[in-house]
Design a binder for this molecule. Sequence first.
Ligand code: NAD
Ligand code: ZN
Length: 375
Amino acid sequence: MEIRKEVGVRDSITSKVSRYRNFPMVPRVIFGRGSFDQLGEILMPKRRHSEAPFIFLVDDVFEGTSFASRIPLIFNDQVIFVSAEEEPKTVQVDALVGRIKTEFNELPSGIVGIGGGTLLDLAKAVSICLTNKGSSCNYQGWDLVGKPSVYHVGIPTISGTGAEVSRTTVLLGPEKKLGINSDHTTFDQVVLDPDLTNGVSKEQWFYTGMDCFIHCIESLNGTYLNAFSQSYGEKALELCKEVYLGELSPADSRDKLMMASWHGGMSIAYSQVGVAHAMSYGLSYLLGVKHGIGNCMVFQHLEEFYPKGVALFDQMVQKQKVQLPTGICSDLTDSDYETMISVSLSMEPLWENALGKGWRDIATRKKLKSIYSRI
Ligand code: NAD
Ligand code: ZN
């Protein structure tokens, strides 16, 4: 079996010696409403000594809230509030690492990321670059990280991306948007407290949750599918249907979406995403459209590739009364289209997963342009 990771292009590392990838998983996870309040006791044994702080990278939506006052600070721990307005960039990671190294004489005991995919990815990247020299852009790609990262903890406050389980951190660098895919990227500890997702807006809840739904559809309909990915993908899909088409209580819905995100992330670990992600990267690159909403904008027009998935998606949009933006590509020039199409088509493993080895005959520039022009 050839194995490739989400986001970007790489050669299969399959060889005669190692046919199968040996993936790291999150070794410790705590789940439950209110479990965040156990964070202090979870971190305590990981404190090297009082001079080696924990640095908490926290979505600035929580600045000044009662939740922020529950972060278990002791000694010289520090909270850094970070905006999730823009998706993470390599320069931002480098600046955070520089700041931590300047302010403290020695390495922190650990990094704790609290927020959505944006903050989780930042925390992963910062923990890698504290122990690996140079700019984070040097590590964008596959298996370029040499040294183990600093102990790092992920605490999602919105569910869907699967960033809490994945082996990648997606960064916009000077040359490309690409993940740092490495065994050292995966979190050492995850805290799944569904109550933390309580304040998410309806739109954002839908867009980020649909990232999970689309992971499932792309994984389950991909040519790379295997029993490992299928088992997680099917469970995640079932949970997404309960959340977006069922009649759950808000608290049950938060529980189930958090577990859907986890399983959806596990499903793509051993397979790959597909057409919606490939095309969404084009939108993101040219227009800065964010991951969740960008995937939705594309996915609604992919009935040719994912007929059952798109039909389900339409039902969810209607049931949840979500209005997707329209006319996003209406003023674009031919050269804009060419850029988006080139970025998208460069995601070769995603296309190969979606359409098989002959994908180039199906995913033509003309076809992509006709889909983009409907967005
Ligand atoms: P996000 O982190 O960008 O946050 C979206 C919005 O929700 C922000 O405005 C944020 O402030 C707000 N928010 C988060 N929690 C909240 C809460 N509890 N209450 C109120 N508001 C809250 O959203 P996302 O969709 O989770 O993450 C997208 C990012 O994840 C992208 O950068 C994408 O590249 C990345 N991603 C990473 C992986 C991976 O495996 N590493 C996978 C998929 C996506
Ligand atoms: Zn995704």
